[in-house]
Write a protein that binds this ligand. Sequence first.
Ligand code: C5P
Length: 231
Amino acid sequence: MQVFVILPAAGLGTRMAAGQPKQFLELAGVPILIHSLRAFAQVPQVTAIYVAVRASEQERVEAQIKEHGFAKRVRIVTGGDTRQESVANALKAIACSDEDIVLVHDAVRPLIDAATISRTIEAVEKHNAAIVGLPAIDTIKQVERTAAGAIITATIPREYIVQAQTPQGFRCGLLKRAFAEALSDGFVGTDEASIVERAGAQVFVVPGSAANIKITQPGDLELAEFYLSRQ
Ligand code: C5P
């Protein structure tokens, strides 16, 4: 059994307002994408890592990967207009058997640790589909958006809620079938689990950590620096 990793890194990161995509911003002097790559490169079961980037950024990513010594196990593929398209392009490039495992991880979650990655791989070996999720701490409200503002329509018991993080891992055959179904139905999801759920598979949850933040908005970099300094 082989384990492949997909790092979608083709987003524009406009919410960050940083002048360049957030995956290329530096954290402790190293690009965020390289932190994420390093975490997966440390896991011995990982066979190869596919990074989806915009065509215009291919050269700089190749140079960064070489500079940090990851060239051997890393392949670059062209990203798409949505995260789902970027992952689909990488998935197409992976020659896997149905039983192999594919982990998808946001390139902008640089604080993922090797132990959580290993636990996700073990959960996929056992259940075929598993994602990292964080139990909700806040009380969760369902709302209706109106012109006057949001109005609460229900309170969802916290024990029913987890916040989906990454990595999200699946048997390769299952993920390819689910992506093909989503494509033919025109479904676009914001994570891989939603695509696999609608294909009828059960997806298990591996406990995540609050430190596994997705760098999204101004202030997140400072928070990531803080978590990194404590690792
Ligand atoms: O935009 P969001 O924060 O959901 O992005 C999550 C991950 O998906 C990021 O690593 C981003 O670079 C990637 N992405 C991508 N292709 C897109 C949009 C987002 O690879 N078209």
